[in-house]
Design a protein around this ligand. Structure first.
Ligand code: ZN
Ligand code: ZN
Length: 500
């Protein structure tokens, strides 16, 4: 789908009415099965199987073992940001004696890439494919992850940590094979793979695959609409046998009159009002994706006079390093405003490396600090502990906040109540203004359902979503694509996707 901000075309009920063929596998049981009534594939075709290596049907350590006629592939190798120790890894042992000959990685968020060195240990000799920018970003993310895991081992006594060393990351990087969006290649004899811009974060890709007369498309994480920085996804629309689809926002009902530009104006109004009250604005922000979106959004808000042109924007945490990498690919990726180097041209203030001690809070400033969910031991968490008790300040959340995270705890706190931001420090009174915005890097559930309808796959596999989200998609597909088999793959179970 070409990115143009218009989103997918509306699709009504696009299935064939009157015949239901929904087979849902979940927790090992077939919930709603009807007899097979068609054989869409000829005998020369080979079957395709998938084993979900994620420990639960959730947004966790995403990883899928795909068996094709040409060989076995691992799709993504994530680490669960909400789990600790061995529970944060995919269950590679569920592969049993099936070897993996090739590893494909959709994008650099850790829930898709955080366990790559562990996967490479399990499946030595399997080359790892990802886009060039994703490779550079994963390199930086994994090194940062070693540091985070090492401090967690020291603080919490998690002996499994770190899962790998800096040296192992360096060795792993040398063995990666960089690919490009729009390029097709044969990753194994008879397995053809093509990469498509997913519009989710810089470097992100959807993956098309053909083997043994069967085709599969994996959305990875996808956003069909233009964001501030990333252009909307440019996905193929040709029919496929299997659609492996994320379902992140399946339980999220977007406001009917939502527009991104209205959301930006609401954000700008909070900035102006906070400055007028003599305060500052803290935006806890995910280092990868959301930081770059925010920097360009603030720059354009200054250009159009929505916020004062001289408002200092302070950047801190891992986001600085990742933005540097993304700036190096300025002309090579589909993005808005490719003429702008975010760090050089937007006037963002970076901390001098020589400066030690906490970042000072100055009135009339905007602080874009990672992490996005105020996780302990991060720049945004430490800063927030000195910031949220002042009534003139505002804290603005622009991404997902897990209810279990410090950001979730803050959002659940009434004004004037106390928040535990760090279990080692006393609670902090919440006196500042709190606002939440929808700048999601994920497609709406309606857009994803419409996309599935256009591809008319024989099988849809639903992944990367919590229970309510999966339920919504399951019901929507049963209604709109009644001939399609819907699979919610039970963790660790081998599921047949298409028959021989
Ligand atoms: Zn992602
Ligand atoms: Zn994800």
């Amino acid at each position: 789908m070409p990115g143009g901000g218009s989103g997918p075309r509306p699709a009504a009920n696009c299935g064939t009415p009157g015949w239901h063929h929904i087979r849902t596998l979940r927790n090992g049981s077939a919930r709603h099965a009807t007899p097979e009534r068609r054989t869409p594939f000829s005998d020369k075709n080979k079957p395709m199987h998938l084993t979900n290596l994620t420990l639960a049907n959730e947004i966790g350590a995403n990883s899928y073992l795909l068996e094709t006629a040409g060989g076995n592939l691992l799709i993504d190798s994530g680490m669960n940001p909400k789990a600790e120790g061995g529970d944060a890894l995919p269950d590679f042992r569920a592969a049993g004696d099936r070897d993996v000959q090739s590893i494909l990685v959709s994008h650099a968020h850790l829930d898709h890439s955080g366990s790559i060195p562990v996967a490479m240990r399990h499946f030595p000799g399997a080359p790892v494919f990802m886009t060039e920018l994703t490779a550079r970003l994963v390199d930086a993310m994994l090194h940062n992850s070693v540091n985070v895991m090492t401090s967690q081992r020291d603080e919490k006594g998690i002996q499994d940590y770190p899962f790998f060393s800096h040296g192992e990351v360096d060795d792993a990087v040398d063995k990666w094979i960089e690919t490009r969006v729009g390029r097709a290649s044969e990753v194994l004899p008879g397995v053809h793979v093509e990469w498509f811009d997913a519009g989710h974060i810089p470097g992100s890709a959807g993956i098309g695959l053909r083997s043994g007369g069967k085709s599969l498309f994996y959305t990875g994480d996808v956003q069909f609409e233009d964001q501030c920085f990333c252009r909307g996804a440019d996905f193929p629309e040709r029919p496929v046998d299997v659609l492996l689809m994320e379902t992140t926002r399946g339980a999220t009902d977007r406001a009917t009159h939502f527009t991104r530009s209205a959301e930006i104006e609401r954000f700008a109004a909070v900035v102006r009002e906070t400055f007028a009250a003599g305060g500052s604005v803290l935006v806890p922000v995910f280092a990868l994706g959301k930081t770059q979106e925010l920097l360009l959004m603030l720059h354009e808000a200054k250009e159009s006079g929505l916020i004062p042109a001289d408002a200092p924007v302070h950047l801190g945490g891992l986001g600085t390093k990742l933005t540097q990498i993304i700036d190096r690919f300025r002309g090579d990726i589909r993005r808005r405003r490719p003429e702008l180097d975010l760090l050089r041209d937007t006037g963002v203030k970076l901390r001098s490396r020589k400066k030690r001690g906490p970042l000072q809070i100055e009135p009339g400033g905007i602080y874009a600090l990672s992490s996005g969910m105020l996780m302990e031991n991060t720049t945004s968490n430490e800063f927030a502990s000195r910031f949220i008790d002042k009534t003139a300040n505002s804290i603005c959340f622009v991404g997902y906040s897990d209810p279990e995270s410090p950001a979730g705890a803050l959002l659940a706190t009434e004004p004037g109540g106390d928040v535990v931001l760090d279990h080692r420090r006393p609670p902090v009174p919440l006196n500042c203004r709190v606002e939440k915005f929808d700048f999601s890097g994920h497609a709406t559930r309606e857009q994803l359902l419409e996309y599935a309808c256009r591809l008319r796959p024989a099988t849809v596999v639903l992944v990367h979503g919590d229970g309510d989200a999966l339920d919504w998609f399951q019901a929507g597909l049963a209604r709109d694509l009644p001939e399609t088999q819907v699979v919610i793959p039970p963790p660790g179970e081998r599921v047949e996707l298409v028959r021989a």
